[in-house]
Design a binder for this molecule. Sequence first.
Ligand SMILES: C[S@@+](CC[C@H](N)C(=O)[O-])C[C@H]1O[C@@H](n2cnc3c(N)ncnc32)[C@H](O)[C@@H]1O
Length: 220
Amino acid sequence: MDDTPFNSLKSETSDVVSPDAEAERWREYYELRKQAPPRPTLLDALARFDSDPAPTVSRFALDLGCGDGPDTAELLRRGWSVLAMDAQPEAIRRLRERSDIPAGTELETHVVGFESMTLRPATLINASYSLPFCAKAVFPSLWEQIVTSLVPGGRFCGQLFGDHDEWAGGGRTLHYTQAEAKALLSSLIIEKFEEEERDGTVADGSPKHWHAFHIVARKG
Ligand SMILES: C[S@@+](CC[C@H](N)C(=O)[O-])C[C@H]1O[C@@H](n2cnc3c(N)ncnc32)[C@H](O)[C@@H]1O
């Protein structure tokens, strides 16, 4: 099975999904992905912090759409303080129950949707495979908050979905051309911009054509 995300979160139709059905889909996803490793974009960003000439003293990260917390757990293991947020109570419940988070770490969690998030100044803003699920009308202000909340020298890492992705046009996920994705990053210094397009699978093994941009970008 491919380790890229999602279970039956098929996006071919724009029909409205009830909150209960949405919660059940994400619950299935967390179950399928439990014990998944941290995302390569997060590991890339962390390696860059480690090799910065003047290492950042304050290491505070926001994990947006944290799911059950594979990235948050990695950050905590490396001594970062983390505010992890997700719209699904089940995600936060599972994150809180993880056995791979050392005692005494600084973890704050909020059950909150992108639509209502107020971001704090942060050294790192991580959003692994989550921003594409933000409501279209809300995304511009959320992205503005992400860019303004990064402290100088801070980094954003995560994914945006491309316009060739199988889910594009389905109405449930956000998709960008390569130029649009790069334009969003115009006020940041792009350190990694990897375009991935391939036939793969979702978390439950069913086929999907993927088109994603894997991003690490720094605020100057
Ligand atoms: C594909 S999962 C990724 C989870 C985690 N970041 C990871 O890499 O495993 C996307 C996450 O985004 C969350 N999400 C989806 N829509 C959201 C919204 N409107 N506001 C906040 N979180 C949302 C989901 O609940 C889910 O946990």
